[in-house]
Ligand binder design. Structure first.
Ligand code: NAD
Length: 509
């Protein structure tokens, strides 16, 4: 058994912070208990200890939240874009002011090391700033019909009340990446964070309240009954949009529910990212990028590199270097500064990582470092490197969501493309090469929504984040992000200079 570094302690600053987080549902601008008084416990994955008990919403609470979002919609939709932008900007400023609290809270409930939690505060906050800037840049168009018979006016309108569902792995950023564009567009929202990490969303809601957001525009429900509570909201005819980030199987289930109301949907789903290193790559860069792409968030990122596809000429050197670096990682509770590998989210995640590793080694992969789960308390699995992973291993097909780096050697470019594209996912790919023509070919040949070319982290609030194939629908961030919450209206008027209009002659459909 590997030894956990650091002592699980609960300091006064942690206790004070946890006491300051609201423990109710945030509905129509007020914090309230769930209708039946039920509570849900939130745990520290590094110790298993209960951090806090909060309200556990039922179906009626979900409906109450949707009622509030529907009631607030007409007024928020017609609030000047500048006013909406200023509230988002104030929320951004407050996130900066409370950055330490937000970071510590994420480390406590999700387990990521504090340095990474601070980076998430910057990333998550950035969506508030970006969409505060985008709010007043929504444009339409006015142009003549091609035959000059009339004038076409295209305007943009908020889609209506939205339901947002977020996962546990990036508790702040996944929430702001949805809330900010929705509010900027003039939509009102109900958000349901993951039951494993709801506290960050509660603090974010407090920040919006402090920023002056009107009652009912943002509503938060925390629940251990994600299925029934969500289904009642999604099948309510007043809902106009569902935005979901999470696993592909749950995404498919929700798409089926959303079909009944023909809802607008955005789906940010799972990934199985290839990380390809060619023989001509800058190996220093490739090793740095590999560590970031694999071990960020303890491997629990949809963008995490899942399959390291490395050219035969450099595979030994690459493997030696990443293995040496991984041996230096310190595992423990993320609140301590020197820790690089925190706990996984729960024991199921540890079991899954252990199963994938043993399946690969049973089939002939070599275990170079790590590989054995650590006894509790806490849900720890060490950073692991597997060499020569056989093609039929489960680890190459399934999303690992843990700190396991699986290496597959390849011979030529066609081989690399074939291996990389052999998955139903298409979220992100990473390619390392110094050859420009090869890089251009890879941009064109890889089936992926995002591509890190000689870089190991792609996320940026100004970029359209999203996947191809079963990795999802729609984009978050960038200029595209706000359009997920807008719908076009096309109006036709006559040519103002033409006096004779023959309605029948111009009639087509
Ligand atoms: P998950 O699908 O289990 O849960 C995501 C959310 O859905 C949670 O809030 C959960 O409570 C809720 N949920 C679960 N079952 C539900 C149901 N029947 N009805 C309604 N809601 C339900 O995923 P997770 O384990 O929280 O997150 C990990 C997954 O999320 C990974 O597959 C990862 O790749 C993906 N992810 C994708 C992105 C992206 O942008 N593409 C970002 C982060 C995570």
């Amino acid at each position: 058994m590997a030894r956990i570094q650091g002592t699980p302690v609960s300091s006064k600053s942690e206790t004070d912070l946890l006491a300051s987080i609201p423990d109710g549902l945030f509905i129509d601008g007020t914090w309230r208990p769930s209708g039946n008084g039920a509570r849900l416990a939130v745990h520290d994955p590094a110790t298993g200890a209960c951090l806090k008990q909060i309200a556990d919403a039922n179906v009626a609470d979900g409906r109450a939240a949707l009622n509030a979002a529907c009631a607030a919609f007409p007024s928020w939709a017609t609030t000047p874009a500048r006013t909406r932008a200023e509230i988002l900007r104030r929320a951004f400023d407050l996130v900066q002011a409370r950055a330490d609290d937000l970071a510590l809270l994420m480390t406590l409930e999700m387990g990521k090391p504090l340095a990474e939690a601070r980076a998430e505060v910057s990333y998550g906050g950035e969506f508030l700033r970006w969409f505060s800037e985008e709010a007043s840049r929504v444009t339409g168009r006015y142009n003549a019909t091609p035959e000059d018979s009339g004038r076409m006016i295209i305007t943009q309108h908020p889609v209506g009340p939205c339901y947002l569902i977020t996962p546990w792995n990036f508790p702040l950023a996944m929430a702001t990446r949805k809330i900010a564009p929705a509010l900027a567009a003039g939509c009102t929202v109900v958000i349901k964070p993951a039951e494993l990490t709801p506290l960050t969303t509660l603090l974010a809601a407090k920040i919006f309240e402090d920023a002056g957001l009107p009652a009912g525009v943002l509503n938060v429900i925390t629940t251990s009954s994600a299925g029934p509570v969500s289904e009642a909201i999604i099948t309510d005819p007043r809902l106009r949009k569902l935005s979901f980030t999470g696993s592909t199987p749950v995404g498919k289930l929700l798409l089926a529910q959303a079909a009944g109301g023909v809802l607008r949907t955005s789906m940010e789903l799972g990934g199985n990212a290839p990380f390809i290193v060619f023989g001509d790559a800058d190996l220093d860069r490739a090793v740095d990028g590999a560590i970031a792409a694999k071990f960020r968030n303890i491997g629990q990122a949809c963008t995490a590199a899942n399959r390291f596809i490395i050219h035969h000429d450099v595979v030994d050197e690459f493997t030696r270097r990443v293995t040496e670096l991984v041996r230096t990682f310190a595992m423990g509770r993320g609140t301590e500064d020197h820790i690089t590998i925190g706990p996984l989210i729960d024991d199921r995640a540890v079991q899954k990582a252990a199963d994938l590793v043993s399946d690969a080694t049973d089939r002939g992969a070599s275990l170079l470092v790590g590989g054995t789960a650590v006894d509790g308390p806490g849900s720890f699995f060490p950073a692991t490197v597997l060499g020569d992973v056989p093609a039929d291993s489960r680890i190459l097909r399934e999303e690992i969501f843990g700190p396991v780096l699986a290496i597959v050697p390849f011979d030529d470019e066609d081989d690399a493309v074939r291996i990389a594209n052999a998955t139903e996912y298409g979220l992100v790919s990473y390619v390392y090469t110094e050859n420009l023509a090869r890089a251009q070919r890879m941009i064109e040949r890889l089936e992926t929504g995002m591509l890190g070319l000689n870089v190991g982290v792609v996320s940026n609030a100004a970029a359209p984040f999203g996947g191809w194939k079963q990795s999802g629908l729609g984009r978050e961030g960038g200029f595209e992000g706000i359009h997920e919450y807008l719908q076009e209206k096309y109006t036709i008027t006559p040519n103002p200079f033409s006096r004779h209009i023959s309605a029948l002659a111009s009639c087509t459909t």
